[in-house]
Design a protein around this ligand. Structure first.
Ligand SMILES: Cc1cc2nc3c(=O)[nH]c(=O)nc-3n(C[C@H](O)[C@H](O)[C@H](O)COP(=O)(O)OP(=O)(O)OC[C@H]3O[C@@H](n4cnc5c(N)ncnc54)[C@H](O)[C@@H]3O)c2cc1C
Ligand code: SF4
Length: 330
């Protein structure tokens, strides 16, 4: 591991100031960053610990929830208002990692965790454009069972690994930021990037920008929502495919729907095409199949991951059917 200094930020302004002083990284729970430092994939000269910043979870009367970026994953998943208003978020978080890791991991760190592409972590033996721009990508034509089928480029086919972010994408979460130039906000769906020619850039964040909070806008029909994760073993594994969904059915017709996919792209994938296809249609298996097919129409397979295209569609249909089937329950 490369030597580094450590400082603990007192507040958001202090964190932004400290990170600008050196080639520094923010430190949340460290469950991803410290692994990357051990592998020398990340070599920050300084760590600015932001776990002392806001971890408050504020359930507002209008139905929204504001969550401080230092809130631990477990605290968010277990919060009564999150479970009541946005159950898919709670389920997405609990489906990830292990209880110990979720106890350490923060919301900010979860959003900015890096891909689990094994070639990215193999600093000694593999070529990786995300780690070393221009080097090449050993996943293309290599072991790419876990890799992207939507939005990939000839430079990188990695996926974003977070479960939590898939639920946040479906919910239209807003990310609040603080940088040297002041505060701003971005929709979560606009925070992460597709790889294009610059896979070394995971997000649209400016250097040194700090995530201070996420906001979940009111979405009354999200009380009927689900998160389903398909993986190679039943715990402690990243998603092959995951689906976050909320469904609003009125008189057998889909009045509104939110859908996002995980495990399929370089970013949490909001299924805008499927949503557009479904709205106003009967809440039937034929409509669900048509919506899933529309979303995956542009999918492209690598040598080892073609199964994901059908799997994503079947998982979307199954989740929507489950939600529609609960229509008459109180
Ligand atoms: C064995 C294992 C299994 C896992 N399985 C899953 C899984 O199934 N599903 C899943 O979703 N995740 C999984 N994870 C990943 C885990 O969720 C992440 O490691 C965790 O969420 C990262 O949070 P952290 O606070 O520890 O981030 P850190 O490791 O501290 O930081 C991660 C990144 O975020 C940056 N950062 C942290 N906070 C901020 C902030 N406020 N503003 C700006 N930048 C910030 C850091 O600089 C760093 O670049 C797994 C991890 C492990 C080790
Ligand atoms: S898929 Fe992306 S992260 Fe993986 S080796 Fe290729 S460039 Fe690197």
């Amino acid at each position: 591991m490369t030597p580094f200094t450590y400082a603990r930020a007192r507040d958001a302004g202090d964190a932004v100031r400290l990170v600008a002083l050196a080639d520094a990284s923010y430190l949340g729970g460290g469950t991803n960053l410290v692994d990357l430092m051990r592998e020398t994939v990340a070599r920050p000269a300084a760590l600015v610990d932001v776990t002392g910043l806001s971890s408050a979870i504020e359930a507002r009367p209008d139905g929204s929830i504001l969550i401080g970026a230092a809130a631990r994953n477990t605290a968010v998943a277990e919060h009564h208002a999150v479970r009541q208003r946005f159950p898919l978020l709670s389920r997405a978080i609990v489906s990830g990692a292990s209880a110990q890791i979720r106890n350490m991991a923060t919301v900010g760190g979860n959003i900015l965790q890096r891909t689990r592409c094994t070639y990215f972590y193999d600093n000694e033996g593999s070529r990786c454009n995300k780690r070393e721009p221009g080097q090449g990508c050993d996943a293309i034509g290599g072991f790419n069972r876990m890799h992207a089928v939507l939005g990939a480029s000839s430079a990188c086919i990695a996926t974003h690994p977070s479960d939590m972010c898939v639920a946040l994408a479906a919910l239209g979460a807003i990310v609040h930021l603080q940088g040297a130039g002041g505060a701003r906000s971005l929709p979560l769906t606009g925070l992460h990037r597709l790889p294009e020619d610059h896979p070394e850039r995971d997000t649209e964040l400016a250097p040194g920008e700090l995530i201070t909070a996420i906001e979940l806008p009111p979405l009354p029909f999200a009380t009927r929502s689900a998160y389903r994760k398909v993986r190679d073993r039943s715990s402690y594994a990243f998603a092959l495919v995951s689906v976050a969904a909320a469904l609003d059915v009125d008189g057998g017709i889909v009045r509104d729907v939110r859908l996002a996919l995980g495990g399929v792209a370089h970013k949490p994938w909001r299924a805008w095409k499927a949503e557009g296809t479904l709205k106003g249609q009967p809440a039937s298996i034929d409509s669900f199949r048509a919506a899933a097919a529309a979303e995956l129409a542009d999918a492209t397979a690598q040598s080892g991951n073609g199964f994901k295209i059908g799997l994503a569609q079947r998982t979307m249909v199954a989740v929507l059917q489950g939600l529609a089937g609960r229509e008459d329950q109180p």
